[in-house]
Ligand binder design. Structure first.
Ligand SMILES: *[C@@H]1O[C@H](CO)[C@@H](O)[C@H](O)[C@H]1NC(C)=O
Ligand SMILES: *[C@@H]1O[C@H](CO)[C@@H](O)[C@H](O)[C@H]1NC(C)=O
Ligand SMILES: *[C@@H]1O[C@H](CO)[C@@H](O)[C@H](O)[C@H]1NC(C)=O
Length: 401
């Protein structure tokens, strides 16, 4: 069976050397020294994992295979274990393959492993084992809780143990923000730090800052840590009212909305710098002030005050109760009159301007018609015919329409 193949090789004068073979037809199952050499592959494994080192010989005549470690110590000679290390085990030993496994891989296992085939002379193949360092879950430092508005803080995110150095990124509510990165080697691994400087304001209250670590050892995933800012700030107050122009007898609700952290609660209502009138007429419920039926005597300035440990703030509402019978009053007449006057004036202006345009373009049209009408089937063509400049004619036609 082998003979014709050998003949073919001679015939085609092909120098066939193992893996560099041009075709299986010529070289498959070629015996002898030419095809007898070990083949290995570089391997990558994550610290703590398990890796197989495989050495193959396509055409072997039962010559022994051996794996040795980067320190040149023999690990396995054929199926015989040579080094006392429980983590290293035999997976398969045949005349064409020697596969061993290393479990609980450490960074110290990294290096060049050698597979030797004991022909004369000995043939070797070298496989580099790369051990990846898994980055630790990132830690965020520099955050005090709570932060005072106006404070300048520096958040730092640190992850150690990565090899090669991990990628560290910051996200503010899931939107990436740029940090200042720093990489330090410690032994075989790296400590990666990213700092973020913040001038804190009230809008940062409740904002989530996430530090995310990406690394090739974290396949299809990443490590991240999130911190939510709590910002303390002095209150500010606004008053919301249920109706815009209150009339006598109407229901009116004023709501005091204080913003601040810590929340300024309760709020304090006053009228014209003094106490609120008869509580039968005015109902105060927490932040809300309610008039069941407004009376002119309710006129005045209502103030809502909110306090937290960072300060006090207030808002005022000037209540003017109008008589429903006095409506529509003289000021409204004046307003309507004004609007009517403006509309009439604008309409007049428009008519004048339009009139002028119409007059001008009608004239142009007629002139054009007179010149080009003789041999034109319709008015449009007449214009085009009359004027050599087509674009010009188009323009005029557009104006007229
Ligand atoms: C295997 O790794 C070594 C050392 O990193 C490198 O020099 C060599 O080119 C690699 N071989 C292959 C086939 O990738
Ligand atoms: C307004 O209050 C005055 C005095 O309390 C009272 O006499 C009057 O009837 C009230 N008006 C309305 C519309 O309730
Ligand atoms: C309340 O304000 C209205 C509108 O300015 C005014 O007509 C009325 O006299 C005021 N009443 C009181 C009691 O101030």
């Amino acid at each position: 069976e082998l003979l014709p193949q050998k003949l073919l090789i001679v015939e085609h004068s092909i120098c066939c050397c193992g893996c560099a073979c041009l075709s299986h037809t010529f070289c498959l199952s070629l015996p002898g020294a030419q095809g007898q050499f070990p083949i290995v592959q570089n391997m990558t494994v994550t610290e703590g994992g398990i890796v197989n080192l495989t050495c193959r010989v396509e055409h072997n005549d039962n010559t022994s295979l051996q794996w040795s470690n980067p320190a040149q110590q023999t690990l396995f000679f054929g199926d015989k274990k040579a080094l006392r290390d429980n983590r290293i085990e035999l997976v398969r030993a045949t005349s064409q393959e020697l596969t061993i496994s290393i479990s609980e891989v450490t960074l110290a296992d990294e290096g060049m492993y050698t597979c030797s085939l004991f022909t004369m002379p000995v043939k070797t193949a070298k496989a580099f084992l790369t051990v990846l360092g898994m980055p630790k879950k990132p830690e965020i430092n520099g955050l005090t809780k709570p932060v005072m508005e106006g404070d300048q803080i520096t958040l730092t995110c640190v992850t150690s143990g990565s090899k090669p150095a991990a990628d560290v990124r910051w996200f503010k509510n899931e939107k990436e923000v740029k940090g200042a990165k720093e990489v330090n080697a410690s032994g075989k691994t790296f400590t990666v730090k990213s700092s973020l400087q913040l001038q804190v304001n009230r809008h940062d209250d409740g904002v989530a800052y996430t530090c995310r670590v990406d690394h090739m050892a974290l396949t299809a995933t990443h490590e991240e840590t999130t911190q939510v800012l709590e910002v303390h700030y002095a209150p500010y107050v606004e008053i919301k009212h249920s109706i815009p122009a209150p009339l006598e007898g109407q229901y009116l609700k004023l709501e005091c909305v204080p913003h601040g952290n810590p929340s300024p609660d309760p709020v304090l209502w006053t009228k014209d710098g003094g106490e609120l009138p008869d509580l039968d007429r005015v109902i105060v419920e927490g932040r809300e002030l309610t008039f069941m039926a407004l009376n002119k005597t309710d006129n005045g300035t209502y103030r809502c005050e909110a306090t937290n440990h960072l300060g006090t703030s207030h808002a005022e509402y000037k209540l003017v109760v109008k008589d429903p019978n006095a409506l529509p009053g003289p000021p409204d007449h004046a307003l309507i009159g004004g609007i009517v006057a403006v509309v009439v004036f604008a309409t007049l202006c428009l008519i004048i301007v339009l009139g002028r345009y119409l007059a001008r373009h009608k004239g142009t049209y007629l002139t054009n018609e007179a010149k080009g009408a003789d041999d034109a089937p319709d008015a449009d063509t007449a214009i085009i015919n009359a004027d050599g400049n087509h674009a010009h004619a188009e323009e005029k036609k557009e104006y007229f329409i």
